[in-house]
Design a protein around this ligand. Sequence first.
Ligand SMILES: NC(=O)C1=CN([C@@H]2O[C@H](COP(=O)(O)OP(=O)(O)OC[C@H]3O[C@@H](n4cnc5c(N)ncnc54)[C@H](OP(=O)(O)O)[C@@H]3O)[C@@H](O)[C@H]2O)C=CC1
Ligand SMILES: O=C1OC[C@@H](O)[C@H](O)[C@H]1O
Length: 358
Amino acid sequence: MAIKLNWGILGAGNISGQFVHDLLLNNTLKESGIEHVVVSIGSSSKAKAKVFAEENKITLENNLGVTPVFESYDELYANPNVNAVYIGTPHPYHKEQVEASLKGGKHVICEKPFTINSKEAQELFDLAKKKNLFLMEAVWTRFFPSIKLLRKYLYEDKVIGDIHRLKCDFSFKVDFETTPTTHRLRDIKLGGGAILDVGIYVITYARILLDDKVGKNHTPFEVKSLVTLDPVDGVDYNTNLLFKYNNGKQAVLSCGFYVDGPQPFIRLEGTKGYANLSSPNPACPKQWKITFADGSKPIEYEDKSGYNGFIYEANAMAEDIAAGRIENAILPWDETLLTMGIMDDVRKEAGLVYPQEK
Ligand SMILES: NC(=O)C1=CN([C@@H]2O[C@H](COP(=O)(O)OP(=O)(O)OC[C@H]3O[C@@H](n4cnc5c(N)ncnc54)[C@H](OP(=O)(O)O)[C@@H]3O)[C@@H](O)[C@H]2O)C=CC1
Ligand SMILES: O=C1OC[C@@H](O)[C@H](O)[C@H]1O
């Protein structure tokens, strides 16, 4: 029997649309043996939810014969037809929305950053455990087949020898003339700044490309950071981090909103060569190339699937739920707590405190 999730999509905005695209394409292609049905769209406005369904082309054909209902958030939490919730709202709302979804008896995947700090994250994981419900942060980057294959070349086949250093920059230029100060990227009340928005990805790459262990088994490392807070908005638009693992491996990481970052956005160096990752969106690692110091033929990979890339985390969640697991092995709760804890420390040193934390 096919594995099936009946989704409630919370927040009828940008990223929810990209997530839904992949669910619908999955149903059309019928390759995975997993069915993803959009049962409900929860929004501050039912009219907005309806427009979302139209704009994202949810049809009876691609949604397995189901027309979603348009609901308030509270109606979605209580909807007995929904068994899985995707949360695609700005960071400071995640805590209360995950909590309400779990209390409604739903399995949950919540956009990154999971919460605004590790304390909130711990409270949610405690609740998921108590309720025996699946819960995961939606760091889609970790689930791409491209990453699994790259890690096989690096850590099983060791094709570039001993790895010593990772350089990664996820920056993009925000147009401060046209982007209002109330936008989630800028507004301190909405968790604005680069560290929570894109810093999470450079930290993710330092975790998945320099360490073959995860969560509480991770290789110990120290972090140093330098942060410049924007004088107008009071959040970070220029942040740099250094990681040093106790086996000597180092990461040089940057994120920011003042300039567009470089391409390739990653260079991972080993004794016998290096790997580059390129992507217009560094969160989405669809393409990489391994170059060898001795001039051997490079190894290249490109994901040409047509998916945005959210399907990989959605399918992982569906498989976990079908198997009765409440935590995912690629992104266990301790790994989210580790990442959130690093961002807590970086912000603490810089004096970046969100109003919700005061
Ligand atoms: N995985 C990835 O690659 C990406 C992840 N994200 C993450 O997703 C989350 C949402 O980002 P994004 O989709 O760009 O955000 P949007 O600005 O598009 O907002 C998404 C939805 O959140 C609700 N919302 C927006 N602003 C507010 C507000 N001020 N108060 C209350 N609710 C609000 C609205 O839902 P409603 O329909 O109810 O009105 C809106 O439709 C963020 O946490 C971000 O980090 C974002 C982009 C890419
Ligand atoms: O998660 C994200 O990835 C892509 C970025 O452009 C976006 O701001 C961020 O939220």
